[in-house]
Write a protein that binds this ligand. Structure first.
Ligand code: SF4
Length: 224
């Protein structure tokens, strides 16, 4: 791989476009804005499920064409690819994923509880952060562990992938912790729940630092 290769910003982003400094350089953002503008000019609602489904079909078609073009550039005949699949990884075999999953599950319950109670104004921004990252952290952690045994990419790309994915996870943890700390002050009635969530995020951070490849005991893995 060329040392000058620079992955596009969206490869390792948190998809929060409104708050992103890379909008000017981001093809995903540009194309999405164009898509929205086209619909508005035609008087269409881009969030209408039928419209959105058609857009999705176009995106899949375009992605397929890009993959074919890329395969042709590397002399890969996609018709001759072997049928045998790469061995699948079970993300739940990894301690980091188990922690991220437990955090996602418990924070989801807390989010539902807050929604039912009506969210106080003073924590609206914190709530947004919590909501946004609670699923992103576990999704990106799944992506991280799935790459551990990847035999397709070379070591340089694997390292870049891993570091990029880790940076998004760490950003999500940091902003979620900030949000939870502020909530702790504002919502003392939820002290125990918030403290548990912070504890889980701390354990996840420590595990990522200590040994992100560590696997869980099979008994623990089977019971989840
Ligand atoms: S603009 Fe959006 S898609 Fe592009 S890098 Fe930023 S957050 Fe990601």
């Amino acid at each position: 791989m060329s040392p000058k290769y620079k992955p596009p910003p969206y490869n390792y982003c948190d998809y929060r476009c409104a708050q992103c400094n890379e909008k000017e350089n981001c093809l995903v953002y540009k194309e999405n804005q164009e898509r929205l503008l086209n619909h508005y000019l035609k008087g269409e609602d881009p969030n209408d499920p039928d419209i959105f489904l058609k857009d999705l079909q176009k995106i899949f078609k375009k992605t397929t064409e890009m993959i074919k073009k890329s395969a042709a550039e590397y002399d890969i005949d996609t018709a001759k690819l072997p049928d045998n699949e790469e061995p699948k990884i079970n993300p739940r075999d990894y301690v980091v994923y188990q922690l991220a999953f437990q955090y996602a599950r418990e924070s989801h319950n807390f989010i539902k509880q807050l929604q039912n109670e009506a969210i106080p104004e003073s924590v609206l921004e914190d709530f947004d952060d919590l909501l946004w990252y609670h699923s992103l952290i576990v999704a990106k952690t799944g992506r991280l562990v799935s790459g551990f045994n990847d035999r397709f990419f070379d070591d340089e790309i694997k390292k870049m992938e891993e570091e990029g994915t880790l940076s998004v996870i760490k950003k999500g943890i940091k902003l979620s912790k900030n949000a939870l700390h502020h909530m702790l002050n504002e919502l003392p009635e939820h002290f125990y729940t918030i403290s548990d969530l912070l504890e889980l995020l701390n354990r996840l951070s420590e595990q990522l630092q200590k040994d992100m490849h560590q696997q869980v005991e099979s008994t623990l893995s089977d019971s989840n």
